[in-house]
Design a protein around this ligand. Structure first.
Ligand code: ADP
Length: 625
């Protein structure tokens, strides 16, 4: 039972599938289904398929028909060539040809492009498609013979306002005096020449108008290269020139543009985009759209004679930026509402992001540089300030040292004074003899004078050592500087039983460049520290070794080594720090000031350990290096 049921279902499925296939086949082969409605449209050109501006109209009308038509269209194009000459004889065979071509399947609609095509159809309406609907397009209203229009004809006319077109030239180039109108010698061109002449009569006293219909195009090109200043060219038509040469497509205008020494204007958008300046133009798209709309309405069944369309007029003015640049036309001269095309973007418009980025980078860099300069200046000011403070501190330190050494200094000064007193007493005694011993007295007085000089030298040394301001750097002998310092401290050393051992280099002399007072302060600090260290140490011989050496590389090395207790490892790295002291009444500034002074002289100050005590090394650049 189950099996039988399955078979029944399968048979039913097969039957229904067969039915669908049959239906589809029926639809495919049915003659009614094959008759998809095609509409046949014929475009009739006036001069040929490549004559501007009509070639552009044909292209746009086809596009618009494709866009607007609900039916598939079969569009054919034919060209009348009789319009190029006065001879109307070739029309007969062309009419016969078209009739033969469409005898079996008449066209649904004829679209004639341009005035000659319209006139041709109107002339031959009775012999050719008498009942076929027709749209006349791209034809100026002056060229349509409204009297012979039939109920089967619709018109999409244009209105060419030559006066407005030439006034546009005078608006954008107000100095214009000569206008050459480019127009050929074919019948329609002759017609337009007369129309233009009439239209431009109001401008007769403002501009001189020349024509090209009596010239071959070649000859005109030569003239166009040497037009007088303040000339303009108005491009009307160049289909057939005076020599009978036919000019197709873009070439004639492009050739003229290549040689012309004056700006070229036109009224038709087809010529816009390369060679002409611009102005109010007939827009191809406007006419084409209207034409296609009328065509679709007619194909849909409307009566052509009842379709009334107002003539298409100039659109709002458009200008070519490149031409404006070439002829120096200022934007301010353009009529209101003008649009400018082909404007070369400015560097700013083209590289806006890059320029912004670069500007940002430059700005940031400038800000950084400014910041760094500001910081640098602040640092320099701070350095100057710290140098000034350091120098004040150094002076204080010198004064403090002087205080500590006052006994030694007094002793130092007292020695020559005592010598002077003793020697002057001796001199007086030699003079008090019955026979004064003059040579002895003179010798004693000489010693008084020497002692006086010595005292004055000591005082001068002290004065220079403890003066406040630093002098200009000058070459100094390190031995002399040390000698001055050792003289001041000699009494102190004697008092504490310290033996001085000097090892001075004499050849070469240890010459350094610097300030005597500052360098003497360094040596004084080191020697006083050494004396204080040894004074506090209980045991062992107290020796102070002072040496100067001139290095091979020219540096002068001064060492001050004592046999004191030294300093423990934990503190040795701190002794050059400001305010580090192990002395109850110490300031802790001496070594820190010494290091600053040495470094400001371009040298180095460091400490090392000896067998006993510490050894301080001062390395200074030799004078002249
Ligand atoms: P102050 O003499 O006022 O203490 P200094 O900066 O001159 O300041 O010295 C800092 C410290 O370095 C001293 O307190 C001392 O502890 C140590 N010092 C300096 N010279 C010696 C030396 N020759 N031997 C041992 N210690 C020293």
């Amino acid at each position: 039972m189950y099996k039988i049921g399955t078979i029944v279902i399968r048979v039913r499925r097969i039957c229904s599938a067969t039915a669908i296939v049959c239906c589809v086949m029926q639809v495919l082969v049915s003659p009614t289904a094959l008759a998809i409605e095609h509409k046949q449209v014929m475009l009739l050109h006036s001069f040929g398929r490549d004559f501007k501006p009509w070639s552009d109209y044909a292209k746009f009308i086809r596009m618009e028909l494709d866009r607007q038509s609900p039916w598939p269209l079969d569009i054919t194009e034919h060209s009348l060539i009789s319009a190029r000459s006065d001879d109307e004889n070739p029309e007969g065979p062309f009419v016969d040809y078209l009739r033969a071509l469409y005898a079996k399947r008449p066209v649904d609609l004829i679209v004639s492009i341009g005035a000659p095509a319209a006139a041709f159809v109107q002339r031959n309406r009775q012999h050719l498609f008498a009942t076929t609907p027709m749209v006349f397009t791209a034809v100026d209203e002056r060229r349509v013979q409204f009297s012979t229009l039939t109920a089967n004809d619709a018109v999409v006319a244009v209105r060419i306002d030559y006066l407005a077109a030439v006034k546009n030239i005078l608006q954008v180039l107000p100095d214009t005096k000569d206008v050459t109108v480019v127009v050929g010698a074919s019948p329609i061109e002759k017609f337009w020449k007369e129309e233009i002449r009439r239209d431009l009569e109001p401008l007769a006293d403002r501009i001189k108008i020349s024509w090209t219909d009596h010239l071959s195009f070649e000859a005109f090109l030569k003239l166009a290269a040497a037009l007088p200043p303040r000339s303009a060219i108005f491009w009307e038509l160049m289909i057939v020139d005076a020599a009978g040469v036919v000019h197709e497509g873009d070439t004639p205008l492009a050739n003229l543009h290549a040689v012309a020494n004056a700006p070229i204007f036109s009224y038709d958008e087809s010529f816009f985009g390369r060679d002409i300046v611009g102005g109010p133009l007939l827009l191809v798209a406007d006419t084409s759209r209207q034409t296609a709309a009328a065509a679709v309405r007619i194909l849909g069944g409307e009566k052509p004679g009842e379709i009334k369309i107002a003539p298409v007029q100039f659109g709002s003015p458009v200008f070519d930026w490149r031409q404006m640049q070439r002829w120096g036309i200022s934007e301010s001269h353009l009529p209101p509402g003008s649009r400018i095309y082909f404007r070369n973007p400015t560097a700013w418009e083209r590289y806006r992001w890059q320029i912004t980025l670069i500007a940002a980078v430059i700005f940031t860099q400038a800000a950084l540089i400014f910041g760094l300069l500001y910081e640098h200046r602040r640092r320099r000011l701070a350095e100057v300030e710290s140098l000034r403070r350091m120098s004040e501190l150094a002076h204080l330190n010198r004064v403090a040292t002087a205080g500590a050494l006052s006994a030694s200094i007094a002793h130092e000064v007292r020695q020559p004074l005592a010598a002077m007193v003793a020697q002057s007493g001796a001199a007086m005694r030699w003079l008090a003899h019955k026979t004064p011993d003059l040579p002895e007295a003179r010798a004693a007085l000489q010693k008084v004078a020497d002692a006086g000089a010595r005292a004055s030298q000591i005082i001068e040394n002290l004065r220079s050592m403890f003066r406040k301001e630093a002098g200009a750097p000058k070459p100094l002998n390190a031995n002399n500087l040390l000698g001055n310092v050792l003289a001041l401290t000699a009494n102190e050393m004697r008092k504490h039983g310290i033996v001085l051992d000097t090892a001075f280099s004499h050849t070469p002399a240890p010459l350094v460049l610097g300030d005597a007072a500052q360098l003497e302060q360094v040596f004084l600090n080191l020697i006083v520290n050494a004396i204080e260290a040894m004074r506090s140490s209980a045991a062992g011989a107290r020796t102070l070794d002072v040496s100067t050496t001139v290095g091979e590389t020219g540096g002068v090395l001064i060492t001050v080594a004592d046999s004191g207790p030294g300093i423990d490892d934990a503190n040795i790295d701190k002794i050059f720090d400001a305010f580090f002291t192990t002395k109850p009444d110490g300031m802790g500034m001496g070594l820190s000031i010494c290091r600053s002074i040495v470094e400001s002289h371009g040298g180095r100050l460091w400490v090392g350990r000896a067998d006993r005590g510490l050894t301080f090394h001062v390395l200074l650049p030799a004078a002249g290096t």
